[in-house]
Design a protein around this ligand. Structure first.
Ligand code: GLV
Length: 392
């Protein structure tokens, strides 16, 4: 009964987590106030005070999403958890799902829907491509999906897709409208109720500036009552993500008692509550205005140093994550490594289909300040000076 595997040497060294400028597409830097909320003493996941915190989070999400939906919760998990929750709960095997793909997030949803046994129809464009309402409706007529997915904030391409009118088209064709706002929530306007979005989700680690690991999601009554989430033939693929249990855990199902389902990330919920409180104090309009203003300042600085923006139409650019076309004569990996090494600053390359096409700069929430845009511009200028390939 003696241990044969000794304590690993790495475990006997202190944890190292350097202070970095997180100016990529997320996670973003977490302000001290949110870090402090996450460091509060743990309480039990079923204590009445915890339920109060969860009720507050629910209100905070309803404000951020501009919705009155009762079925509004946070997932215990990253944005992908919300993505899977949305698909697992609304789709049954054999059903048709339509997915707009103009970057990585549509690709992910298509794969998740396929894993759930759906018949997936892909509407594909190059990264940063835009879907007209007409082509969406035509695809809907053809494929008769139960669910249509669109990314509002396509962080891999730097595009913010408009959603006006699409919810109405979905209603006309008896289909649910699912929208991903992980990279855009708090940075660009979205109105869940007014825009007839049936399911909306986001992540904690972008403009909300909370640590990664929680993900707000909301379902409207149309999704819940009229589209059989409540009344399925099969159970959702995941026990952890089953909304019949989650809605009880979050006090949304009208039942008098909340029953143990899983142990939520208590510290993560404290931090999420604080991030939603900061957004409520600042106000959505001010947050949207600020992201737009700082993004415009960044565009000007980038163009002044001869860089080209990847999304030509500035009205369609995602204010939280700016994509830069890779300049001729440079290796993007080298530039990003240079910036990390000499400026302790994260910027990133593309993701999924945009790899090799773009470099990405994210200034989100707490990071969205002119002095940070100046720091990012300075680092890029320095990399342009020092990473140019000599013409061999
Ligand atoms: C992740 O969310 C990314 O856009 O890189």
């Amino acid at each position: 009964s003696t241990v044969t595997i000794p304590p690993p040497a790495c475990m006997l060294r202190p944890l190292e987590a350097p202070l970095r400028y997180l100016f990529g597409p997320g996670p973003s830097n977490v302000p001290p106030r949110i870090l402090a909320a996450g460091a509060k003493p743990i309480i039990g996941h079923m204590h009445s005070e915890m339920f109060e915190v969860m009720d507050d989070i629910k209100e905070g999400i309803r404000y951020a999403f501009q919705t009155q939906n009762n079925m509004t919760i946070s997932m215990s998990g990253s944005g992908h958890a919300a993505m899977e929750c949305a698909v697992f709960n609304t789709v049954e095997p054999g059903e048709s799902v339509l997915v707009a793909i103009n970057g990585i997030w549509g690709e992910r949803v298509a794969e998740i829907a396929e894993r759930s046994g759906a018949k997936v129809h892909r509407l594909v464009k190059a990264p940063g491509g835009y879907f007209s309402n007409k082509e969406i409706e035509q695809a809907m007529q053809k494929h008769k999906p139960v669910l249509f997915f669109l990314t509002h904030g396509e962080s891999s391409a730097g595009l913010c897709h408009l959603v006006d009118g699409i919810g109405d088209i979905c209603r006309k064709h008896n289909c649910l409208f699912l929208v991903d706002t992980v990279a855009s929530l708090g940075a660009a306007p979205i109105f869940m109720d007014k825009q007839n979005i049936d399911i909306l989700y986001t992540g904690s680690q972008k403009a909300l500036n909370a640590p990664p690991g929680t993900a707000p999601i909301s379902f409207n009554d149309r999704a819940w009552y009229h589209h059989k989430m409540f009344n399925r033939k099969t159970k959702p693929l995941s026990y952890l993500f089953d909304m019949t249990y989650l809605s009880n855990y979050w006090g949304c199902d009208g039942k008098p008692a909340r029953i143990y389902h899983h142990t939520g990330p208590v510290s993560g919920f404290f931090a999420l509550r604080e991030s939603l409180a900061i957004l409520a104090e600042k106000g959505l309009e001010e947050s949207w205005r600020k992201h737009k203003e700082i993004a415009a300042y960044l565009y000007k600085g980038l163009e002044d140093m001869g860089l080209k923006l990847f999304i030509p139409d500035r009205d369609l650019r995602l204010p939280s994550v700016t994509t830069i076309a890779i300049p001729d004569g440079y290796d993007w990996r080298e530039m990003l490594a240079y910036i990390m090494k000499h400026h302790q600053m994260e910027m990133t390359g593309g993701l999924g289909p945009s790899v090799g096409m773009v470099m990405r700069v994210g200034l989100m929430g707490y990071n969205c300040e002119k002095f940070n845009a100046d720091k990012a511009l300075h680092a890029l200028q320095d990399a342009l000076k020092n990473c140019k390939k000599s013409k061999a």
